[in-house]
Write a protein that binds this ligand. Structure first.
Ligand SMILES: Cc1cc2nc3c(=O)[nH]c(=O)nc-3n(C[C@H](O)[C@H](O)[C@H](O)COP(=O)(O)OP(=O)(O)OC[C@H]3O[C@@H](n4cnc5c(N)ncnc54)[C@H](O)[C@@H]3O)c2cc1C
Length: 372
């Protein structure tokens, strides 16, 4: 039996192959860095990954295959929408929030939330014994195989001390660097109708501004479904019953708007500790910076009624083994060495440190890896 630690997109790849496994996550919801938060009971905003590309090319068995994540999701009953980012590319997203991809793919699996893995134990030199998983609440589990999808610095700490940990530590050291990212979402309860419609009718919903402090700006409420007081548990139900479409402004009765900013690495490094108070609320610095950046972009917008913020300590793997773009080469020597370590140790560490921090690469890459 297999244990999978995490319920993000890496874990979803395992879930969608219908292999038997128990899933554990320290969080209360699935999705990991594919996380969507409710906003004032009316909107969802993606605060981690916000979009993905349709397809990825994979090199395997001496050939290059094109794999479509949009088609894969469709086969599982998940519809992706596409939109143009800064007018030059076709991006996909889920109008019920990126988190809902994980909710759907894991819906018929055994998932244990609020279960934080503390340590894995294994009797040295005993290839036949099971892995003993110890959780922070004192409970235990025994498994033949373990897949850890947590970011590398956290994953390494969980491994059994001794040979297994040392081998993994040495092998993964070139890929251990993650960038930090700060995110803030502003909510305007009732914008004057002119500004509201101007924002809603912009051709693009999201804007990439590489090299600026505010690196990515997205009008999340025009992208994601208006949940209109529907509770998280009833979200599926409301979608089935055709609630307002986010692209049809006439159907959105509420003139509230949510705009999300993802800050650059340089900015995030210097403001990281000043972003949230000890009680989890955004600090004055966060409000100031959000207003400053939003006004550079949308001149004349008043201060939002509320800001929510998030600190991603391990936002994105910087030196992934198979690169961040281009063909995913599963014939690469490093990848073959990796597969050998997985086989010998009985533990697989996986995620964006292998495939690059892109949803479609992680998902399709992991599916192919398991199928080899
Ligand atoms: C702000 C931001 C924006 C991004 N934007 C994009 C984008 O637009 N497009 C894109 O393609 N990618 C984007 N990315 C990258 C993408 O989100 C990640 O690469 C991807 O989601 C990683 O998925 P994963 O399943 O490998 O890891 P994660 O999603 O991190 O999943 C790991 C899971 O393990 C759980 N976990 C960790 N430790 C333990 C433990 N000890 N016990 C139990 N559970 C544990 C965590 O709670 C988590 O749910 C973005 C990332 C961030 C942070």
């Amino acid at each position: 039996m297999k244990a999978i630690i995490g319920t993000g997109i890496s874990a979803c790849a395992h879930a969608s192959l219908n292999l038997e496994a128990d899933f554990y996550d320290k969080a209360r919801f699935p999705g990991g860095r594919m996380s969507s938060k409710p906003f004032e009971g009316k909107f969802f905003a993606d605060i981690g990954a916000t979009y993905f590309k349709n397809s990825v090319e994979i090199q395997k068995d001496g050939r290059i295959y094109k794999r479509s994540l949009v088609d894969w999701l469709k086969s599982k009953g998940i519809q992706a929408k596409t939109y143009s980012l800064d007018g030059n590319s076709s991006m996909s997203f889920c109008e019920t929030g990126m988190q809902s991809i994980a909710e759907r793919l894991l819906s018929n699996k055994t998932v244990h939330f609020r279960k934080e893995l503390k340590k894995i134990y294994k009797t040295e030199n005993d290839k036949t014994s099971k892995f003993q998983l110890e959780f922070t609440d004192g409970s235990q589990g025994f498994y033949d195989e373990v897949v850890i999808t947590a970011p590398l610095p956290q994953a390494i700490e969980l491994l059994p001390e001794g040979e297994i940990q040392n081998i993994w530590k040495e092998f993964t050291s070139p890929y251990n660097h993650y960038r930090k990212t700060l995110v803030a979402c502003g909510y305007w309860k009732n914008l004057n109708s002119k500004t509201y419609l101007e924002l809603l009718n912009l051709e693009n919903k999201s804007f990439l501004r590489k090299g600026n402090d505010a690196e990515y700006i997205s009008i999340e409420s025009s992208k994601l479904i208006n949940i209109d007081n529907v509770s998280q548990q009833n979200r599926e139900f409301s979608i089935r019953n055709q609630k307002a479409s986010p692209f049809d402004s006439e159907q959105i009765k509420d003139s509230g708007i949510v705009i999300m900013i993802q800050f650059s690495e340089k900015f995030s490094e210097s403001y990281f500790g000043r972003w949230k108070s000890s009680s989890g609320e955004p600090t004055d610095t966060c409000y100031e910076q959000f207003n400053l950046q939003i006004n550079k972009f949308f001149t004349g917008l008043p201060s939002p009624d509320r800001v929510r913020s998030h600190q991603w300590k391990y936002a994105q793997a910087e030196n992934s083994m198979l690169g961040k773009t281009g063909i995913l080469n599963l014939e690469h020597k490093n990848f073959k060495d990796y597969q050998a370590i997985v086989k010998n140790s009985g533990i697989a560490l996986t995620g964006d440190w292998i495939y690059g921090p892109r949803i479609e690469r992680i998902f399709m890459g992991e599916i192919e890896r398991i199928s080899i």
